[in-house]
Design a protein around this ligand. Structure first.
Ligand SMILES: Nc1ncnc2c1ncn2[C@@H]1O[C@H](COP(=O)(O)OP(=O)(O)O)[C@@H](O)[C@H]1O
Ligand SMILES: [Mg+2]
Length: 342
């Protein structure tokens, strides 16, 4: 097997809280690899640590613990200079299409900027490369003379994609890149990502809180909860045969349930908000909201188990066949309810 584009080993990232008195465990022990040309989806509620993982992947944040390995070399073993060079192969696109565009710069200058910083190209080469990138993402070359405010959200997101293409990235972290776009445009932008992947062999880490978006584009999906992965597998397996109660809840919150198996007459509705990552719950972090939770769940951290080929889960109650019927498993007070939907 070829080397993965990037491998993350037991990544932890802690922030000081806003008032500086507490520690936020934003990412707390996550391991995974992203293969060349693959789309690795990361889903979970707001606050589960997705963006933090993304920022670590592109080197915007340094891990508090754990390591990152790329091209067979560990982040901790190379110099800062080598790392800055290698980092160019890892780029990120954000939800806010304005984030990377200077309102006072023409689109052309915004496209040229990353090439200028990288160095090695003449002004004319940069201009030609920028225009080619613009066309590659489906925009007309005359757009280059415009300013960001003259473009729609979808067009700006295309420009943001065009900006990174000349850097020839191997991995692009896409953080909620279609969340702010009209639903009618989302499909077009997802198709563009797909086309570029096919033509350029890009790998993506595709982050979203919306499971249906991630499911459309990802080869594999990781489900995050409070800084940990609770489930990871091929998209079809996770969607059709979810092993973790949290995944079941995310799927069942979809207006049109994705998996056939869940086209049930009941919907799992989670009560309450995601707990604070300052003091995550003991044992399984999801136990405070889980209808399957039993005594062991509050006490023992569940192991990360491969229950089916390539399909892993951290849950005491999951079996290769899925989860037992929820009513019977739970002995604790129910913290989630099943609502009749038909
Ligand atoms: N710079 C920061 N300083 C302090 N806490 C942060 C910082 N960035 C993120 N956090 C906290 O870390 C947790 C994970 O955040 P984030 O990775 O943005 O989650 P997500 O992208 O899944 O919404 C949240 O509790 C968030 O408030
Ligand atoms: Mg985020």
């Amino acid at each position: 097997m070829s080397d993965p584009v990037i491998e993350v080993r037991d990544l932890k990232l802690r922030f000081p809280s806003l008032d500086g008195t507490e520690v936020v465990h934003a990412v707390d022990g996550v391991s995974f690899r992203i293969e060349a040309g693959e789309t690795f989806g990361i889903i979970g509620e707001s606050g589960s640590g997705k963006s933090t993982i993304g920022r670590v992947l592109v080197g915007l944040l340094n891990p508090s613990d754990g390591d990152i390995v790329f091209a067979g070399r560990s982040r901790s073993s190379i110099s800062g200079r080598e790392w800055r060079k290698a980092r160019r192969g890892f780029q990120m696109i954000f939800q806010d299409s304005n984030a990377a565009l200077n309102p006072r710069m023409t689109i052309l200058d915004s496209l040229i900027e990353p090439m200028r910083i990288a160095g090695g190209r003449s002004r004319e080469e940069m201009r030609e490369t920028a225009l080619a990138a613009l066309v590659r993402v489906g925009l007309r070359p005359d757009m280059a003379q415009r300013y960001p405010h003259e473009l729609s959200g979808g067009q700006k997101q295309r420009v943001n994609i065009a900006r990174i293409l000349p850097l020839e990235p191997r991995l692009v972290v896409c953080d909620e890149v279609v969340a702010a776009l009209d639903v009618s445009i989302r499909g077009e932008i997802l198709n563009l990502f797909r086309d570029l992947q096919r033509d350029l062999g890009l790998a993506y880490a595709f982050i979203a809180h919306d499971i249906s978006v991630v499911a459309q584009i990802s080869d594999r999906v990781a489900v995050t909860y409070l800084g940990r992965f609770v489930e990871l597998g091929a998209t079809g397996d996770v969607i059709e045969r979810a092993l973790h109660p949290y995944t079941v809840a995310l799927l069942s919150a979809e207006p049109q349930p994705l998996p056939r198996a869940l086209r049930d007459d009941r919907r799992l509705v989670l009560q309450g908000d995601i707990p604070s990552p300052v003091n995550p719950p003991s044992g399984c972090r999801f136990h405070t909201r889980c209808p399957w939770a039993t005594e062991i769940c509050g006490r023992v951290d569940p192991e990360w188990r491969e229950l089916r080929s390539g399909h892993r889960v951290a849950c005491h109650h999951a079996t290769p066949e899925g989860l037992p019927s929820p009513g019977r498993a739970g002995t604790r007070e129910m913290t989630a309810t099943w609502e009749e939907t038909s």
